[in-house]
Write a protein that binds this ligand. Sequence first.
Ligand code: ATP
Ligand code: MG
Ligand code: FE
Length: 342
Amino acid sequence: KPVLGIETSCDETGVALLRWEPAAPGRGLLSHALYSQIKLHADYGGVVPELASRDHVRKLLPLVREALAEAGLTPADLGGVAYTAGPGLVGALLVGASAARAMAWALGVPAIGVHHMEGHLLAPLLEEDPPEPPFVALLVSGGHSMLVEVQGIGRYRILGDTLDDAAGEAFDKTAKLMGLPYPGGPALAALAQQGRPGAFRFSRPMTDRPGLDFSFSGLKTQVLLAWQQSDQAEQTRADIARAFEEAIVDTLAIKCRRALQAAGAKRLVIAGGVGANKRLRAELAEAGEKEGFRVYFPRLAFCTDNGAMIALAGAIRLAAGQHQDESVQVFPRWDLETLPAV
Ligand code: ATP
Ligand code: MG
Ligand code: FE
């Protein structure tokens, strides 16, 4: 029976319906619907938690209705409900968790709280020819930059993490200090395509020593100085954007190679919002071809937050008999390594 997936950890309300098909999970995806709050938060230059919660309350049930209609299903057809239980904004998480729990209780079906980053990590399984563990996952999103060794579902070892800004956060903050409108990451990436190669060059932080951790806050300062000392022309802004993007992408690619070596793996999964970055996708795909590893990405719409990845992670765990009891719990901070194996 189909599982309803609900994502409300930050500023997107995502809903999806998925029937669990172990051999080809993507074929079990019946429908998905997304509402982004970007416009709501744009005036503030960042996500306002209280506004985010209220908007999830407003949009969630209409989206569930929409996803059910698109799949030609009614609530009585559901076999379980999966919701993001963390990490994320506590008020936003509680909206999805309470709604999911209430629906599951009314329908007499199990509910399960999903780790948002496990959702991102498993999103590539929704594509044709999905990756089989063991693999290494690069999780690069608004709040995380991690390299994870994946031995199986729920068997995760964090090989590297960020010491300061996450990759997406670095994109967003750098865009902001060059005057690009919120949310800056995708805007900066678009601008970078007009940048000329070699006009600027920034460092590849922490690649000159061993280790798999990241640090991106120093890059931001380099960009700020370069921008302040420049003529601030439109072409210059694009040139700096390009050099910044190259620095981030190169740094991520170098650490991915090291992580594959450390884990003795031949498969690399890229997921999270920054996984939508074209230069990152191209550079890693090319490196894989040359160096003999295979790279797996989710489709662009499933790189950033969505309900499908939560439905998938939840369906896998529900199929294994895991579920949560009726005391609704959310975890604003939650260590991926503590998840139970399937
Ligand atoms: P987390 O998953 O860590 O809780 P989040 O859910 O806010 O954080 P996502 O929705 O996965 O993050 O991704 C959003 C991030 O991805 C933003 O920081 C955004 O700037 C970045 N991003 C989206 N598209 C691109 C792109 N094409 N190039 C670079 N960054 C991008
Ligand atoms: Mg978001
Ligand atoms: Fe996310």
